[in-house]
Ligand binder design. Sequence first.
Ligand code: HEM
Length: 201
Amino acid sequence: LTSTTYSKYLRLKELLSLQHPLTPPDQQEVHDSERLFIVVHQVSEVLLGQALTDLRHVAADRCGERCFARRAERARHLIDALEEQVALLHRALDPRDFLRFRDRFGSASGLQSAQFHELFRLTEQLSSKGGHHDALERRQVAELRAAVRRWRSSHLKMVEHMIGDQPGSGDTSGVRYLERRLNASSHDDADSATALPRTSS
Ligand code: HEM
């Protein structure tokens, strides 16, 4: 048995040295708020990386029935956790602080997240495959899509709270663009999953 420690095992030195607000530390209020903004994005990308390990496995057809159920459910819990990150930012970041550091990150935007692109692509791929899915698997895929839509919806509300009707840093119309994305994702599967309740398991 090799001996390790808590901080070595978790690579804490590296992990905790990756938060670098662009606001100078002497503007402490704004600096600390920007740090929160960075942390929520980083945590989201880490959780999403974990969700994608399950989704890739399921989407590559490397799964029997039980594996599918287990992995699809785990991915859904992880997507729920992503939504909680957005809700945290909504509650904890003052929009006035956000507007004070916003210009510093220029045209950087969530639009450029490779992992979110993959999440959207894989969940669509899973539900358009059809055919080999039995009823249970279709339900699990519908729940995954519902979780992604809850993320979209919470993100949209949070964005509205932060920037109102201003354009996005990624050069879109902002809230209106996000509304279109949300609506497009609901129409695709209006037949199977529009009114899925949030399951509490
Ligand atoms: C103050 C907080 C935030 C604001 C004001 C905000 C704003 C926006 C805006 C306006 C867009 C539209 C594209 C653009 O023009 O930039 C967008 C897209 C996006 N954001 Fe955020 N965002 C925030 C936080 C987050 C967080 C925490 C995440 C998760 C890591 C995230 C992930 C995304 C993704 C994935 C897109 C692309 C969505 C799509 O194309 O369907 N955002 N965001």
